[in-house]
Design a protein around this ligand. Structure first.
Ligand SMILES: Cc1cc2nc3c(=O)[nH]c(=O)nc-3n(C[C@H](O)[C@H](O)[C@H](O)COP(=O)(O)O)c2cc1C
Length: 209
């Protein structure tokens, strides 16, 4: 039995029929069918409402990891961070589902990645530079964006998938696959086909992941 952590950074609370939800449903339905014994945890970052990561929290977390005494407020926040971090570290298979927002990822996802980026836990620094500490994970990115960023003139503007790949690599995670639905708003006449293709890739990924 494996444990799948499915991290959603889609504001599905305020948009019930989003494309991201359709991609998630296509993946999860076939995953559940193919891996009935697996445990799945769904973490909806728009619902979690994690406190904004700041240096006070960073310092509290560092104190917690060093085994130092924390005051009550520091302890509450740092222990919450540790729970999210542990859940991530304990999962063998992880899916991130997120749309592009303003060329990047939605803020709750960036905030969550800041929670995970803890020195001594997911990476550490050496004289040769940073070294990732997370091994043995398989990650899938499910991503959608209205524009087409696959062309040479636009590829540099993708700070969503490229950011996720970079930060995961910074943690040491190299087994990262992705399914990208893009261009459905830029090319309305092709939208139906692009969506159908992406949903079928999600369904297939659910079987193979
Ligand atoms: C706040 C906001 C910002 C967006 N920024 C971009 C963007 O920079 N580039 C882009 O291609 N699409 C952008 N989009 C469009 C979404 O990425 C696109 O509709 C995507 O498929 C998300 O779909 P969903 O919300 O139905 O899951 C944005 C949408 C919203 C709501």
């Amino acid at each position: 039995m494996s444990h799948l952590l499915f991290i959603e950074a889609n504001d599905s609370t305020h948009q019930s029929k989003s494309l991201s939800s359709q991609m998630n449903n296509a993946f999860l339905a076939s995953y559940r069918k193919e891996h009935p014994e697996d445990e799945i945890t769904i973490l909806n970052l728009f619902e979690e409402r994690l406190p904004f990561f700041d240096l006070r929290l960073a310092k509290s977390a560092a104190k917690l990891f060093r085994g130092e005494t924390l005051d009550q407020e520091e302890a509450e926040q740092a222990e919450r961070l540790q729970e999210y971090l542990n859940r991530f570290l304990e999962s063998e298979k992880i899916v991130f589902s997120f749309p592009m927002w303003n060329l990047s990822v939605p803020a709750p996802l960036h905030n969550y990645m800041d929670y995970l980026a803890q020195s001594g836990q997911t990476f550490h620094y050496t004289a040769e530079g940073s070294v990732g500490l997370v091994t043995g994970k398989r990650v899938l990115l499910l991503h959608s964006r209205g524009g087409d960023y696959s062309t040479p003139d636009k590829i540099e503007s993708d700070h969503a998938v490229r950011y996720m790949q970079d930060i995961l690599q910074f943690f040491g995670i190299t087994d990262v696959e992705s399914i990208i639905l893009e261009g459905h708003q830029q090319y309305p006449s092709q939208a139906a086909k692009l969506i159908e293709k992406a949903l079928s890739s999600c369904e297939k990924a659910g079987m193979d992941f």
